[in-house]
Each structure stands twice: as C-alpha cells, then as structure tokens.
Design a protein around this ligand. Structure first.
Ligand SMILES: [Zn+2]
Length: 123
C-alpha cells in the first residue's frame, strides 16, 4: 500500500484549484498564487524576491524593524507551514512615504520557491 501523508501536514495545500502557483522548494506546499504577483524586481535577503499581494500556507514570525535597501521597514519573517523554512517576509510598515505601497504585502525569496504550472506533466 502507498504510504499516507502524516496528519501534521493535513492543513497544507499542495494544489490550488488547478491554478498556477509558487510552491515551497523544500516541501512543495503552495506558498502563493502566481496571479497575486505584483513585481519580480525586488531584492530578498538571499537574492531576488517577488512582491506578492497574498500568501498561503505560511505563518508569521515576530515583528522587527529592519533596514532594507529602501529604508527601515517593520517586517515579520514568514515561514512555510509545511516544513518551517523561512520563505520571505511580510511588510507591516514602511517608514519612507514612497514605500507605503508595500505595507500589507509579502516579499517571497525566489530561491525558496518553485514555479508550478498546473498543466505541467510529471516526468
Ligand atoms: Zn515548505
């Protein structure tokens, strides 16, 4: 018999209505819908980052003030619900007025994501 996924991960979504998603590179949980992408030209901590309207299957860490390229922001790291890996951060507040549009958005590290198209064939 095929093995069954542990119940610990039963809340984690691996498919999202057949829509294209970004998934965790480590455990393949859906992290965001590609529809929710705002911009690909952001910098994450380890490389490029994606600015997203929303994210799923993540939990948020503690708020902290962090100096970023565009000034000090109040952010919270976000972690994959499936494996606990850090996948990016959430912008609570931006100090610079020109950066306010990021508030309430997610920055996801491109390195931590796999682009997943629902119609892709396995193998
Ligand atoms: Zn994961």
């Amino acid at each position: 018999m095929a093995s069954v996924d542990s119940n610990a991960q039963s809340r984690v979504v691996h498919m999202y209505d057949g829509r294209p998603t970004f998934s965790c590179a480590n455990c393949s949980a859906v992290i965001a819908l590609q529809d929710e992408l705002i911009s690909k030209s952001f910098s994450g901590r380890d490389g490029r980052g994606y600015l997203m309207h929303s994210s799923v299957n993540v939990r948020m860490g503690n708020k902290e003030d962090r100096p970023l390229l565009t000034g000090v922001h109040t952010v919270a790291d976000v972690f994959c619900l499936g494996c606990g890996d850090r996948v990016g951060w959430f912008y609570h507040k931006a100090s610079d007025h020109s950066q306010k549009y990021k508030e309430g958005k997610y920055l996801l590290e491109r390195e931590r994501l796999v682009k997943d198209n629902a119609w892709k064939l396995d193998g």
